[in-house]
Design a protein around this ligand. Structure first.
Ligand code: GRF
Length: 209
């Protein structure tokens, strides 16, 4: 399956997925990186691994660089992208893209949705909110993307303990390590077409036979 990944920062999830593709644990071909920050770590990694980098959305200040939503949809189709993977991408996905790629856009959020999600809750803010709540567990959620932030159908979650006196950074690291494992597993399942949609609309991962 052809994959496009969207990042805004370091791209650690992107790197793990790419390593999975290179190592054969993921039957995927990473054909495109999309970012809103051309100089971010994920973009640097893509350029040094021969993966084309495209800018979306257009920067606010007038500039020739950057794609419009329509151009983004067109280029994803031109590359024959099967699935779009958001990994630390902080901008809202335009409705045109959601409509063009139904059930084919995934996002990873560093908390157990529906708790601790939504606009404004990203990065360290998520982990601070989890710690402030006294929650005993946190962990990554991988979900299909719809027009809102963090509200699509949940596909996979994994719980990690919240440890007494955790700092946000320590919790973030524990969750991020789990994200790396979970996203590679989920993308492998997606590429092997092991996702089945229950009649009530819930997506389920079938284990390898
Ligand atoms: C991660 O916590 C991810 O869950 C969130 O962005 C953070 C950075 O991810 N969406 P990455 O290192 O850029 O993949």
């Amino acid at each position: 399956k052809k994959l496009a990944v969207f990042v805004s920062g370091g791209g650690s999830n992107f790197k793990k997925i790419h390593e999975g593709c290179l190592g054969g644990s993921v039957q995927g071909d990473l054909v495109l990186l999309v970012t809103n920050k051309k100089d971010c770590g994920g973009a640097d990694y893509a350029r040094s691994n021969g993966i084309p980098v495209l800018l979306f959305p257009k920067p606010k200040r007038e500039s020739s660089d950057g794609l419009s939503p329509t151009e983004l949809v067109d280029v994803l189709r031109e590359y024959g992208v099967d699935f779009v993977l958001l990994a630390g991408y902080l901008k809202l996905i335009p409705a045109e893209l959601v409509k063009a790629f139904p059930k084919r856009i995934l996002n990873i959020h560093p908390a157990l949705l529906p708790a601790f999600g939504g606009k404004g809750l990203y990065g360290m803010r998520v982990h601070k909110a989890v710690l402030a709540s006294g929650a005993r567990y946190s962990g990554p959620t991988i979900h299909f993307v719809d027009e809102e932030y963090d509200t699509g159908r949940i596909l996979a979650q994994s719980a990690v303990r919240v440890v007494a006196n955790d700092t946000p950074e320590e919790l973030a690291k524990r969750v991020l390590d789990e994200e790396h494992k979970l996203y590679v597993e989920v993308v492998a399942a997606i590429c092997e077409e092991r996702i089945k949609w229950r009649e009530d609309g819930v997506p389920l991962i079938q284990s390898k036979d």
